[in-house]
Design a protein. Structure first.
Ligand code: AMP
Length: 414
């Protein structure tokens, strides 16, 4: 399937070429023709599937073919500032040849530049719910002429407690509009919301969770909590660890870990919700440019971040929600590339590991030999079958992989 088969016009095909996309992703193949026909869409797709271009390309094409007085015609709601900024950037890539104007609206920064952009006149607004409502209430944003509404990462809106804000915003939108809802998972509340805001939607699904996971080499390291830091440094000293996204459970742990790594001469920065927007943008830019090879993040901060060429995702802490594992490791192996995901698991995290393996429907391979292998967590070691190596630097730990036999899985302590 090529972009030529999707009813995109020559300008959009040029844009796709300029951006460097050679062929459409499954969600683009499935969604673009329906969006161009004017249908509402419910898209079950996660970040990394190419869903942003799946709606941005047809929308830019449709906006261009019906110009009039400038007014806000498209509203995209996104749960995080970073995601809003990225979606806005993607619109920028595709609307470069057009006179369309787009802007991102989010909190954590002064509102004045955003107000100025709005007063200048924009066609496309990409916003987080809080700042959007602030500016609507101050009279800077009018949405009565809106034609297209996109609710992105609806499940994350729910997790982050934004769902009522989202509903309040939707109540203020014109009823006659084209609506697209994207969500990685479809909990009941999101299904109910879809029914109430979409008209006869086409359901498009891409990236059932296991397909994203398949191209990623996943391993688990059993390690005691107190040894996680040393194990991480050991892995990061492997020259293959060029651009590494590390996940921790809390902001506090992200901060501490980034500081400790930097002290050990492994340049690292933390990105989480307590950092100012400027600090987050700067950290992200330095990571993207390769200046800082290690970015330590919490789930919320990393959600939706468009970071390409991540060589490794390391779950320093396993997530307590199994779906988050899939989202996290989806940061590597984007758009067809392969990637590596390591997860550290201490004895208290075994229950999370079981849930993750149930979700992805396969066991994750265990790295049986590494310098910090946990005696409690790795029963096989006690039989002398495998020994911890202390000269780990000579061979990267991921080369010591074995498929875990089934009986070994059952032998894990609870
Ligand atoms: P998204 O799921 O929208 O966050 O997109 C994930 C990443 O894939 C982004 O870096 C996009 O720029 C990139 N991308 C989107 N569509 C394509 C495509 N057809 N070919 C290659 N990369 C793409």
């Amino acid at each position: 399937m090529s972009f030529q088969n999707l009813q995109l016009n020559s300008e959009m095909l040029r844009a796709v070429k300029r951006v460097g996309y050679s062929e459409p992703t499954p969600i683009q193949v499935r969604a673009i023709p329906h969006i161009l026909e004017g249908r509402d869409i419910v898209g079950c797709a996660q970040t990394g599937s190419g869903k942003t271009a799946a709606f941005a390309l047809p929308i830019v094409q449709m906006l261009k073919s019906a110009r009039g007085k400038r007014r806000i015609r498209v509203l995209v709601l996104a749960p995080t500032r970073e995601l809003a900024a990225q979606i806005d950037e993607e619109f920028g890539k595709f609307s470069r040849e057009s006179a369309l104007r787009h802007t991102a609206i989010f909190g954590g920064v002064g509102q004045q530049p955003q107000v100025k952009a709005l007063q200048h006149g924009v066609d496309i607004v990409v916003a987080t719910p809080g700042r959007l409502q602030d500016l609507m209430n101050q009279g800077y944003i009018r949405l009565d002429q809106l034609e297209y509404f996109i609710l992105d990462e609806a499940d994350r809106m729910l997790d982050m407690g934004f769902i009522n804000d989202v509903k309040r915003i939707i109540k203020r939108l014109p009823k006659a509009r084209q609506t697209m809802l994207f969500s990685a998972t479809m909990p009941q509340t999101i299904q109910d919301l879809s029914r109430s805001i979409l008209t006869d939607p086409v359901k498009v699904e891409a990236n059932p969770q296991s397909t994203t996971v398949e191209s990623i080499e996943q391993s688990i390291y059993f390690v005691e909590g107190g040894d996680k830091r040393a194990l991480l440094k050991h892995i990061l000293r492997d020259p293959a660890s060029k651009r590494v996204l590390v996940f921790t459970r809390t902001k506090h742990r992200a901060n501490n870990l980034a500081k400790q790594l930097s002290r050990a001469r492994i340049p690292a920065e933390a990105i989480h919700g307590n950092k100012s927007q400027t600090a987050r943008t700067r950290a992200l830019a330095r990571f993207k440019s390769g200046h800082t090879p290690v970015l330590v993040a919490t789930d919320i901060a990393a959600r939706g971040l468009d970071i390409s060429d991540v060589t490794h995702v390391i779950n320093f802490d396993l997530p307590n929600i199994a779906e988050s594992y899939v989202h996290r490791i989806g940061r590597t192996a984007r758009a067809g590339a392969s990637g590596i995901a390591y997860s550290f698991c201490d004895v208290d995290e075994r229950k999370y590991l079981r849930e993750i393996e149930a979700l992805i429907q396969k066991p994750i391979e265990v790295v049986s030999e590494h310098p910090y292998a946990s005696a409690i967590a790795a029963p096989k070691r006690q039989n002398g079958v495998s020994k911890p190596r202390h000269n780990g630097a000579s061979k990267p730990p991921h080369q010591n992989r074995r498929r875990r036999p089934r009986r070994n899985r059952q032998a894990r302590p609870a």
